[in-house]
Design a protein around this ligand. Structure first.
Ligand SMILES: Nc1ncnc2c1ncn2[C@@H]1O[C@H](COP(=O)(O)OP(=O)(O)OP(=O)(O)O)[C@@H](O)[C@H]1O
Length: 308
């Protein structure tokens, strides 16, 4: 059964002396998705990744990656995994190409053949003969990904990959991750950046103080359970009076000069309100069902330390 998952842990625990960094974590990451491991600083994200990769031993519990039990079958698992833990490190006075040649040399001839395409893939083809010391943080992150791609991994594990990137860099990264998922790879991203997880991932685990508090598909977890709708109209007084008379609408309130918010009976389609307003002579300029965001959820259930 473990083979169906990219990552699975059972009761995984890591203690540093009296301190429990990872507390009996049961994690299930399906294959072929972008998965966010989301939690505030100190939640135990990096520690979990380090245990999966065999960089630190667990105190108790079990782990599997791509169907291989780790650490028992670590090398079999790692042959199919590309990972960046904390900031990727390179030989600063060598070019990107030279750095990848060194990395490929220990990974075998197939990896050497992939150097060019890996650099192209992350948009560093033109800069591959520049020394890494001239690279920006975003370029280093991309070079880290290129190094992961040398082994054509089924699973990519990226620890805080968007830390310190500017908005353009974040956007590039997101597109790259989605493209990897499109190729059938699994991408696990640990992050405290709520917005990025929400925009990038299909499923998420929210962790706090070493424990998973929620786990699931983003669409299922954060649909539109409240049925709350926000509209923008030319005539807000007219809209207020029409909406107040509709039996399937409640809690109508003005929230801006031309904006109103209300609760819609879940049995009724939003298009019904639109047509009732238009029939009563109120033109609707914007209609948006508001969604509970991951941030609302995250803030309501975590201890919220160090979020930025
Ligand atoms: N080598 C270590 N020795 C002692 N305590 C540690 C060690 N590594 C981590 N910890 C502690 O374990 C807890 C979890 O740390 P971890 O780095 O896994 O969190 P994180 O979620 O990755 O946070 P961040 O985003 O800040 O890296 C923290 O309280 C941290 O201080």
């Amino acid at each position: 059964m473990e083979n169906n998952f990219a990552v699975r842990t059972e009761g995984l625990t890591k203690k540093y002396g009296d301190k429990i960094a990872v507390n009996s974590v049961d994690l299930t990451i399906p294959r072929g998705v972008a998965f966010g491991y989301l939690g505030p600083n100190g939640a135990g994200k990096t520690t979990l990744i380090r245990m999966l990769l065999g960089l630190t031993p667990s105190t108790s519990g079990q782990m599997w990656m791509l169907g291989e039990k780790v650490p028992e079958h670590r090398s079999l698992a790692l042959a199919k995994v590309g990972a960046i833990v904390e900031e990727p490190r390179f030989h600063e006075y060598m070019t990107a190409l030279e750095n990848l040649r060194i990395a490929a040399a220990v990974r075998g001839p197939e990896a050497e053949k992939r150097i060019g395409e890996s650099l192209e893939r992350v948009g560093l083809g033109e800069r591959s003969k520049d020394k890494v010391k001239s690279y920006s943080l975003g370029m280093r992150q991309r070079l880290g990904i290129a190094r992961c791609l040398l082994t054509d991994p089924e699973l990519l594990i990226l620890d805080e990959p968007m830390n310190g990137l500017d908005p353009a860099g974040i956007m590039e990264f997101r597109l790259l991750i989605r493209a990897f998922v499109g190729e059938g790879r699994t991408v696990v991203i640990s992050s405290h950046l709520l917005d990025e997880i929400e925009k990038t991932c299909d499923a998420v685990s929210i962790v706090d103080q070493g424990q998973i508090i929620r786990q699931g598909n983003l669409s299922e977890m954060f649909g539109n359970p409240s049925g709350e709708v926000e509209i923008e109209v030319g005539d807000s007084e007219g809209a207020l009076s029409v909406l107040s008379r509709l039996s399937y609408v409640s809690s109508v309130e003005l929230v801006g000069k031309n904006q109103l918010k209300f609760e819609l009976n879940p049995e009724v389609k939003p298009s019904q309100v639109n047509s009732d307003l238009v029939l009563a002579g109120v033109l609707v300029e914007k209609f948006s069902p508001t969604r509970k965001t991951l941030e609302d959820e995250f803030l309501s259930i975590t201890s919220n330390m160090g979020i930025h």
